[in-house]
Design a protein. Structure first.
Lengths: 305, 305
């Protein structure tokens, strides 16, 4: 196969785009996809201050580098989860990456805040991945709002988005279906959230990270029973293999036809939010679930002595 | 495994129902599922005259027998497609079945009407299965309306419905999503349509047909490139295997949460129907597509000499 752009030997084959690229031209394809995502979905401009959530994995670091190369005003945010033998490695990759590329970075430590994730695992009965995800989203949003960023960007790729959409669709969960998408507009207490990699598959992002020589944190989290939605991702791998382009079609048709129907319905039945009396974050209860979990863990710890 | 009902050795295992049944008790499970479908979805009563579409396959014959055993007023309708070496066999199975069980039967011949399906294959450029399906639905509805039936029942099972719903969802086809379901209410020119087997899988219906000793027509149609939605059915087999009950959950959650959102949206944008000037069937054009296809084929035949 020859490179679609320069006719040299292709190194990356992309059946869903009816094309293939050599190592030199591939990053240009990647850049174009990110540009298209930002432009079509009106994600942000070069005037906006963008906070990028950095886990240390391929997606978040690829996103950060690409946005920097496109000249955007980006600041990294890493949350140190405090998980032994894991979090320090992830943090080191993020710090080294930002130092190498001269990028500003904030690090938020769950332990310093009083709730390292091992304590969640020990004291909270709910699945640790769900609670950890909730904590991270809470702090991403809180820090973006407090520090006056215009937008929070995350490295979710097409496979993440399709697997999540599929899970929501299997349950026909209209609340989730009404606001899943590459852009979640700002609202009272919430910063705008964007996913500039939503047009790119995991494979496409991994290729970019590899070709750009990004050192990534690729160890699985020791607490995860497997990556989220693994089964759904396998199934979608099969669908995409049978019908290249199916993932992006499914996701884009959802955005065009599905989401508006659910959004209209939810508008009439959605919950009313008010600031949490503890931390000020928007919540449908008096005290938000993040503050309630932190308090419950503190109490469990105190009872233990 | 023991029979959930009588504790004898079970012959049919049903993980999605956390149960299993012996050959004697299994039909009682089947009956209950059909009763539940009819009652919960308010499909019809013992006062209604029901026209049952009979292809000769396991689903339609199982449905016909079960409705008769439940005491409903059923009449069969078979469409003889006029396909050599196939249609006569299917028709014979249907006729023998109705004779054996003392059931009234109408047979409609596509050849006598002027459009045997081989002519569709020969003269119409569109996929023959799509046109054949359209023709059958047209005549099912027309005959039900003309002969004053209250309802048309078809043998679609849960696998058919889930595969179709999945195909519609992959495209987020809101027009189809707004009216897919086990009951399509009557409207101007359209009889009410119901699918009393929608809670039962292909496997469950096949077991019933086998245990009841129904002689079925099981040859694949010589014109079909494979059963419809084969790929989707395999995929859903995998999902159901991983998570028994997933198919019925997906379908029922759609009916409860998904469909209303699409129906509300479509209400504002749906097409206006008027009687076809040729045959009187409701259509959004002046002449319905069935009449147009018949005329086009007649013209092609005439040109050939």
């Amino acid at each position: 196969m020859k490179c679609t752009r320069c006719r040299k030997t292709a190194h990356v084959s992309l059946p869903s785009h009816h094309s293939g690229f050599c190592a030199d031209c591939y990053p240009l394809f990647f850049t174009k996809q990110v540009e298209t995502a930002i432009r079509r979905e009106k994600m942000f401009t070069h005037e906006d201050r963008i906070l990028v959530a950095l886990s240390g994995g391929k997606d978040s670091l690829a996103l950060m580098l690409e946005l920097k190369l496109q000249g955007y005003d980006v600041t990294g945010l890493h949350i140190d989860l405090g998980i032994p033998n894991s979090s320090e490695k992830a943090r080191r990759k993020v710090e080294d990456f930002c130092t190498l590329h001269g990028l500003p970075l904030r690090v938020f430590e769950m332990a310093a805040w009083g709730l390292p994730i091992p304590d969640v695992k020990k004291y909270v009965k709910r699945p640790v991945c769900a609670v950890c995800g909730k904590m991270k989203r809470h702090h991403f949003n809180r820090i973006a709002v407090e520090e006056g960023f215009d937008v929070l960007a995350t490295g979710h790729n097409l496979d993440d988005e399709v697997a999540r959409l599929f899970a929501n669709t299997l349950r026909w969960d209209t609340a989730y279906l009404s606001d899943q998408g590459p852009v979640l507009p700002a609202s009272e207490g919430f910063v705008r959230k964007v996913k500039p990699l939503f047009r790119l598959s995991e494979y496409e992002t991994a290729n970019y990270a590899f070709l750009k020589g990004i050192e990534i944190h690729s160890d699985p989290c020791p607490y995860a029973g497997g990556a989220s939605f693994t089964g759904h991702k396998e199934l979608w791998g099969e669908l995409e293999h049978r019908s290249p382009g199916q993932k992006l079609q499914f996701y884009q048709a959802f955005l065009k036809n599905g989401k508006p129907a659910f959004a209209r319905q939810e508008k009439e039945t959605g919950a009313v939010l008010a600031p949490c009396t503890e931390c000020g974050s928007p919540t449908s209860a008096e005290i938000c679930s993040v503050c309630r979990i932190r308090a419950a863990v503190a109490e469990s710890r105190a009872q233990e002595g």
